[in-house]
Design a protein around this ligand. Structure first.
Ligand SMILES: [Zn+2]
Length: 498
C-alpha cells in the first residue's frame, strides 16, 4: 500500500471509531487500540507532510457536539484533550524538555479517570452552568439540570470568588455500575458495556430523575478560570476546592525529577486494579500556573501536560474448569471457567477457548494460572498461561472424541479446527435437523417457522424428527399455551403437517 492510501484508510478508521466512542457511546475497540491507530497516523503524516489535511483527525479534538441531547453552550475556556504518551522514554523526554524551558518546574502526577469531561461554572458561589466537552473548542452541551443530581457536584460554595470555572471527570463507581446493570437485567433491558458508557449515556439523559437514580460521581481535575481570587499553583487551587467540599482527584503526587514522575506513574499502575473506579492513565502536569501560561497550547493540546496510557488491563486468575457446549450445528466449543476477576469495570469468569488448536497454542490445562484481558473492553479473552505456576499433574486439555451431549463420536472437520458431533440424532442439533426437515427443500411444511421449532424443542414437544407428526396429539395444550399463537394458526399448521 502506498503511504497516501494508508493515510486515507487510517483517517477513515479513526473517524469511524471516534464517532462510535464520542457520539454513540458504543466503542468497538479499546482506547489503547484507538490511540495506536492515532499514533500510526501521526507518524505517517509527519513522514509525508505533502498529504497533510486540515480535516485529518490528528488536527481535531475528538467528538462533535451532539445537538439532539442538550442545548449547545459556548465554552468560555476550550476543553482540550491531552497529548498521549505510551513509554518511559516519552515521559522522560517531556520532563526534560520542561526542565530546559522552565525554572525548576514541579510536576503533579494524578489519576486519569475513565469517564467523561464536564465543566462547572459558579457565579458568586452558585452553580450556574454545567457543560460537556462537545467539540472541545467551541461548543459543549448544557447538562446543568443533570449535573445537579450528582452528589459530588457542589451547588453552593461557602467561601466563593466572584467567578469560578472548574473542570472534572464524571464517572461511575464500579459498585454503582453493577447495580445499574443488575436493574437493567431485571427490567429486561440491555446492560451497559462498561462504567464509562453508562456514565456517558446517563449524563445525556433527558430525564434527570434517571440521573439521580444511577448515582454518578465526579472528580475535579483543573481550575479553568477564576476572577476575584488568586491561585498560583494547581495544588493550591486543589486545597481551596477541598476546603469547599469539592472532590478533587485523590492521591495526587508532586514530583520534581523525571525519575520521580516515572515512579509515580508506576505506583498508579499498581493501584489501578484495586480502585473502586476505573482509570485509563496517569496525567503529568505542570503545577505552576505562570509556567503553564508561558508554555501555552497548540490548537489541540496544552503544552504543559501529557497523559501516560497504560497497556490494557489484564489479571491473573485460576482456571477452574473447561466446559463443553454443543451448538446447533454440532460444533463442540470449549469455554474456560475461571475464578471471577474484575476487568474494565465488570466481573468476568468465562472466556471462549475456540478449539483444540487454540488450546494447544496456549498450552492450557484445568488448574493452570491464566492471564485474562478484555478485547474491545468488552469480551474477555485468555492471553496466556503462567507456566511457572502450573501445579503438578496439570496437562494440556484435550477435547473429548465423543459428543458431550449425546456420546456419539466427535470428528474434526476437514480444513477447519472445529470439532463436530457426527450423530444425526444429537439433541443439541435437533432444532437444525427439524428446520431442515420441514423446510422448502424437504417436506416444505409452510408456516412452520424456526421460532416455533425452537420453542417446541425447548418445551419437549419435539424430541426427534418423528415427533413432528405427533404434535396433533397435543393440539389443545398447544392452543392453551399459545405456542403457535391463536387457535386458527395452530389448526392451520397441524393441517399443513397432515
Ligand atoms: Zn451429539
Amino acid at each position: 500500500m502506498n503511504p497516501e492510501e494508508q493515510i486515507r484508510q487510517l483517517r477513515e478508521q479513526i473517524e469511524y471509531h471516534s464517532n462510535r466512542y464520542y457520539n454513540m457511546d458504543e466503542p468497538e475497540i479499546t482506547d489503547y487500540e484507538y490511540d495506536m491507530l492515532m499514533q500510526q497516523l501521526k507518524a505517517l503524516e509527519k513522514e509525508y507532510p505533502q498529504f497533510a489535511d486540515d480535516t485529518s483527525p490528528t488536527r481535531k479534538v475528538g467528538g462533535t457536539a451532539k445537538r439532539e441531547a442538550g442545548v449547545l453552550v459556548r465554552h468560555n475556556v476550550p476543553m482540550l484533550s491531552l497529548q498521549d504518551v505510551f513509554s518511559k522514554e516519552e515521559v522522560f523526554a517531556f520532563v526534560e524538555e520542561m526542565s530546559e524551558k522552565l525554572d525548576h518546574p514541579q510536576f503533579v502526577v494524578e489519576y486519569k479517570i475513565d469517564g467523561l469531561s464536564m465543566t462547572l461554572r459558579y457565579e458568586q458561589g452558585d452553580l450556574v452552568m454545567a457543560e460537556t466537552r462537545g467539540d472541545g473548542i467551541n461548543f459543549g452541551e448544557d447538562v446543568t439540570e443533570n449535573a445537579r443530581q450528582i452528589p459530588d457536584v457542589i451547588k453552593h460554595l461557602s467561601d466563593a470568588p466572584e467567578y469560578l470555572e472548574i473542570r472534572g471527570e464524571v464517572y461511575m463507581k464500579n459498585a454503582d455500575f453493577d447495580q445499574v446493570n443488575a436493574m437493567q437485567e431485571l427490567l429486561g433491558k440491555k446492560g451497559f458495556a462498561n462504567p464509562r458508557n453508562c456514565a456517558a449515556g446517563t449524563l445525556r439523559q433527558l430525564d434527570s430523575k434517571v440521573v439521580r437514580e444511577r448515582r454518578l460521581s465526579m472528580f475535579i481535575f483543573n481550575l479553568q478560570q477564576v476572577r476575584g481570587r488568586e491561585f498560583s499553583t494547581h495544588t493550591q487551587a486543589y486545597e481551596y476546592m477541598k476546603s469547599q467540599g469539592i472532590p478533587v482527584i485523590e492521591r495526587y503526587r508532586v514530583c520534581e525529577s523525571a525519575q520521580e514522575v516515572w515512579d509515580a506513574i508506576c505506583a498508579i499502575g499498581e493501584e489501578r486494579g484495586d480502585l473502586p473506579y476505573d482509570i485509563d492513565g496517569a496525567v503529568v502536569k505542570i503545577n505552576d500556573y505562570a509556567q503553564r501560561q508561558m508554555l501555552g497550547a497548540t490548537t489541540k493540546v496544552p503544552r504543559w501536560a501529557i497523559a501516560y496510557k497504560y497497556p490494557p488491563e489484564e489479571k491473573e486468575t485460576k482456571l477452574l474448569d473447561i466446559e463443553l457446549s454443543v451448538g446447533r450445528t454440532g460444533r463442540i466449543t470449549p469455554t474456560a471457567v475461571f475464578e471471577p476477576i474484575r476487568l474494565c469495570g465488570t466481573s468476568v469468569s468465562r472466556a471462549t477457548l475456540h478449539n483444540q488448536d487454540f488450546i494447544n497454542d496456549l498450552d492450557i490445562g484445568i488448574g493452570d494460572t491464566i492471564v485474562v484481558y478484555k478485547s474491545g473492553e468488552i469480551i474477555p479473552k485468555v492471553k496466556r498461561v503462567v507456566k511457572e505456576k502450573r501445579p503438578e499433574g496439570v496437562h494440556t486439555f484435550v477435547l473429548p472424541d465423543t459428543c458431550p451431549v449425546c456420546g456419539a463420536p466427535a470428528q474434526r472437520e476437514e480444513n477447519t479446527a472445529d470439532l463436530k458431533c457426527t450423530s444425526p440424532n444429537c439433541p443439541a442439533q435437533l432444532e437444525r435437523h427439524i428446520i431442515n426437515f420441514v423446510g422448502r427443500d424437504a417436506m416444505d411444511m409452510k408456516g412452520f417457522g424456526a421460532v416455533y421449532i425452537q420453542e417446541l424443542v425447548r418445551l419437549g414437544y419435539l424430541k426427534d424428527i418423528a415427533d413432528v407428526f405427533h404434535l396433533k396429539d397435543h393440539r389443545q395444550e398447544l392452543i392453551d399455551a399459545g405456542i403457535i399463537e391463536k387457535e386458527k394458526n395452530t389448526n392451520k399448521l397441524l393441517a399443513v403437517i397432515e
